[in-house]
Ligand binder design. Sequence first.
Ligand code: PLP
Length: 415
Amino acid sequence: MAPEPQSSPQFPDPHVPKNPVLGWSSFSRAPVSDRDSTISLPSVLSLPHKRYVTSARVAIALALQRLGVGPGDRVLVPAYHCLSMVEPIVFCGAEPCFFALTPALGVPLDALAARDLSGVRALLVTHYFGFPQAMEAICAFARSRGIAVVEDCAHAVFGHADGRPIGSWGDYAAVSLMKFFPVYDGGCLASAVHPLDDLDLQSPSGRFEAKALLNSIERGLRYRRFPGMQAAAQTTLMVKDAMWRGFKRLRAGRDSVPFAYHDPAASEGVNGLDPAWLDRRMSFASQQLVEHLPVARIVALRRRNYLRLDAALRDLPDAHPLFDRLPDGVVPYVFPLWVGRPDRVFVRLKTDGVPLFRWERLWNEDAIRVDPLSARRATEIFQLPCHQELTDDDLTWIIERIHAAFAAAVLKEAA
Ligand SMILES: Cc1ncc(COP(=O)(O)O)c(C=O)c1O
């Protein structure tokens, strides 16, 4: 059973964008760093077999279906997870079989070898935060046991694992494009070995196509990413907001179709897997942006922003960067900060509008029983954005808010 939806405290919208938002700068081809740019090619998006869908969770579900995973099968999945890693497994009727990660969030092959793997048909390998798993050894382990590998590349569109693009090792790779590109919807199911031409995907509705385009622009406008267009746009947004509120009021009561039916849950920031989106391709606007925005800039700026946060947040009391360093070839999704006693600062930071998040909840008690550390990781690993659309001022603001929150926590304890 999926966990019950939980009412989470309401925090203001982030003061700076949590995920990339579209702006004039998204199109810039000015070189940022030649060295980092070379990481961008080839990537999972250059694999010979590739289909654009609306989210990574849909891509995981499709991968499992194509592998024939169904009722009675088990799928290995890390005990430290977000709910949308598990949802597709349960959707296929299979049982999630949780395993504890190594301290560095690696797949523990020795421990897995000692487990009863009967009925296990697939292994979900997540490249947490963009840091690659040891894919050569993992694939050798899995293949020798007849277990298929699905690479969860939600956090890792670019970068390499054991000398090959992340995503090219497994049977299938599932990509979350909204985390790396300024798009409203987007995922990709890719494979180095399995053709995907027979995957029957329908076009989304015209309404959704329009929404995906307008939403990307609107988010950029809200975060003032279109200098020169802002004044006129601000008025348009106010009118649009008022109309939208009116439309929703009108619709309330006579429309029983849940909102998520109209938009993929991923775009709405929720965890569910809505079957209505399983056979839909990504919107045209999102696909154009993914295929044409300059990738070298994304790669270089993400690394640069990560390193800036890393340097600024090394000396916090009772907190430290989760990883010691950013290896060459890694293109981070976020900057993960490990925070002991997180509740001293979490609410204050969220209330201030700092765009941080953590996974909070695990699928069920099984995950915690298999790995008690997973529950701590879910609350103690803060994910801070380092995406390419953060300005230097945004980063300065985030860093200052974090220092202020920790300083206040220390003062409060000393009082
Ligand atoms: C590790 C991981 N896998 C899969 C997903 C699902 O991605 P999407 O939101 O594109 O469905 C997420 C989403 O946050 C994730 O963090």
